[in-house]
Design a binder for this molecule. Structure first.
Ligand SMILES: [Zn+2]
Length: 199
């Protein structure tokens, strides 16, 4: 009885973790982060960052494919192996699959197309005549996108996980990311979107 309960939780953990490998592990390996400063330093809003947001969105969608792995193993285990392990894997991977399929509409995803568009607008604005100051350089801080020269808030959006190796280490960092699902832990600073509210 207890063995089955423990196996259920093991299965649930596997079914929860495997689909998340896509955005939890893949962007953090190899040379993927050479053009970015180390976490948690602010990131300059440039074409690399906008591409990273789009990549994180794709990695998040790829979770659907990865969720099929524990789903298949869970069903096989239900049929031929341990009931607890199979049930755990099947339940959590099914849940993830459902959440991701609904998330295909980008609802509830930490990385969506609107985010990339807003960052592009900030970037365009910083190079236009209407820029906040002569040395305009938008950077994404934890709470919002600010100009690093004049400190004005250019976009009130707290920074989600951007796939950089975490400063708090892989284990602790991953644990936090699993709990937050990549969403920012801080709430965004209150200010107008792409505006000059503070002036
Ligand atoms: Zn400025």
């Amino acid at each position: 009885m207890w063995t089955e309960i423990i196996l259920f939780f093991c299965g649930a953990l596997i079914g929860h973790l495997v689909p998340r490998i896509t955005w939890l592990v893949l962007p953090r390996i190899g040379a993927w982060n050479q053009q970015f400063p180390p976490h948690p330093e602010p990131i300059v809003i440039d074409e690399y960052l906008i591409q990273r947001v789009l990549n994180m969105r794709s990695f998040n969608r790829l979770s659907i494919v990865f969720a099929l792995i524990p789903l298949g193993f869970g069903l096989a285990s239900l049929a031929y192996g341990s009931l607890g392990l199979g049930l755990g894997m099947w339940m959590t991977s099914c849940w993830t699959l459902l959440a991701r399929v609904v998330g295909l509409l980008d609802k509830g995803s930490p990385w969506d197309i609107e985010m990339a568009q807003e960052l592009q607008l900030v970037r365009n604005s910083s190079m236009s005549e209407d820029r906040c100051c002569n040395s305009a350089r938008p950077v994404w801080q934890v709470m919002a996108v600010r100009c690093s020269a004049c400190n004005e808030i250019l976009l009130s959006r707290a920074r989600p996980d951007l796939g950089r190796p975490r400063s708090d280490g892989f284990v602790k960092g991953s644990f936090r990311l699993i709990l937050s699902e990549g969403h920012p832990l801080a709430r965004s600073a209150s200010a107008e979107h792409v505006g000059k509210a503070l002036k």
